[in-house]
Design a protein around this ligand. Structure first.
Ligand code: PSU
Ligand code: MN
Length: 322
């Protein structure tokens, strides 16, 4: 027996103490550190996200994989190691690559899907990321159908459908086919709710131009809905979408234009598979002269803060929190 998920877990003492005492904990992913953002923005955002969770009154637990162990909570040295690892040395681990990540040794970063698996195994119910993965443009064929469909649909969507958790993000990443992503989430029974606006947040932009399936006025109502959802025991996640802070947002039209252009370039360059999302994010950073990195950084920290606030409310019991 090589080891179940539970046997592979290594929790930081602060995290296990908080969980044992029923205090609020927020899981954070690590692929955005290793594959999503350039250095030093990546390590700054990792530290600032942890600080934002703490300010809200919760304990942060950044998740990653090292030498066959599922790490729940990273110290500063580990964050730095992940952020500065030579290109290509950190595996991007998702549900389908989890066993490979554990057997190869060394560092792997966890995507939304792998982070949710590990967080759930550790007993953590609230998780923050930047933008969830979803249906890539062209997954169901391109308009005019000159290209065959790629079927590139992130394993994040499957995970959201099968793991009970509160997932806080700034919407599906703008590089995706967002309407198709919403359709898959609906089919798979995953509620998605926008906070403070009727429109679905657009990742690095305030709005995606699409109505959110559901919306609530504020974080308190989001926590109430999340508590109700988890209470039902449906085994699916609920996705809480908070818009990027206005001062760091890309204009909606700019975000959409660069996302579409980057997707066309990736297609022409033959970029596929797990490399696609990091390639698109890096290309958009270059196309916007770093403005997308500022927006991405701001939205990740904001998501961590809101996840902290939700975790605090859930730990108290929303009803008694008033
Ligand atoms: N959010 C960000 N930056 C990222 C990601 C999310 O702001 O880099 C990562 C997450 O780890 C997510 C992954 O799970 O991108 C999706 O990759 P793919 O499309 O290959 O499933
Ligand atoms: Mn993919």
């Amino acid at each position: 027996m090589i080891g179940s998920l539970a046997e592979r877990l290594t929790l930081q003492p602060e995290v296990s103490d908080a969980l044992a005492a029923g205090r609020p904990v927020v899981a954070l992913e690590s692929t955005l550190i290793s594959h999503g953002l350039p250095y030093p923005a990546n390590v700054e955002v990792a530290r600032a996200s942890e600080a934002a969770v703490r300010e809200a009154g919760a304990v942060p637990a950044t998740i990653a994989i090292r030498d066959g162990r599922l790490l729940v909570g990273l110290d500063d040295e580990a964050l730095e190691a992940l952020a500065t690892a030579p290109e290509g040395s950190v595996l991007k681990a998702a549900r389908p690559s989890l066993s490979a990540a554990l057997t190869r040794g060394g560092w792997s970063a966890t995507t939304v899907s792998a982070s949710m698996i590990v967080a759930h195994a550790a007993g953590i119910a609230v998780f923050a990321t930047g933008g969830i993965g979803g249906v890539h443009l062209g997954a169901f064929g391109s308009p005019g159908a000159l290209q065959p469909p790629t079927f590139d649909i992130s394993s994040d969507l499957e995970e959201l459908a099968r793991t009970p958790m509160v997932v806080v993000c700034a919407g599906p990443k703008a590089i995706l086919d967002v309407p198709a992503t919403l359709e898959v989430l609906e089919t798979r029974g995953v509620p998605l709710v926008a906070v403070g606006q009727a429109e679905l947040p657009g990742f690095t932009a305030r709005s995606s131009g699409i109505a959110a399936p559901w919306s609530v006025p504020d974080v308190a109502s989001a926590a109430e809905l999340a508590e109700a959802h988890l209470g039902l025991g449906l085994d699916s996640a609920i996705v809480i979408c908070v818009p990027v802070p206005a001062e760091d947002a890309l204009p909606d039209a700019v975000a959409r234009r660069v996302a579409e252009q980057a997707a066309r370039e990736a297609d022409a360059a033959g970029i596929h598979g797990p490399a696609l999302t990091p390639w698109l994010l890096a290309r958009i950073a270059a196309m916007t002269d770093g403005a997308s990195v500022r927006a991405n950084t701001a939205l990740i920290i904001n998501d961590a803060r809101v996840a902290g606030q939700i975790a605090v409310r859930l730990a108290r019991g929303v009803a008694s929190a008033g």
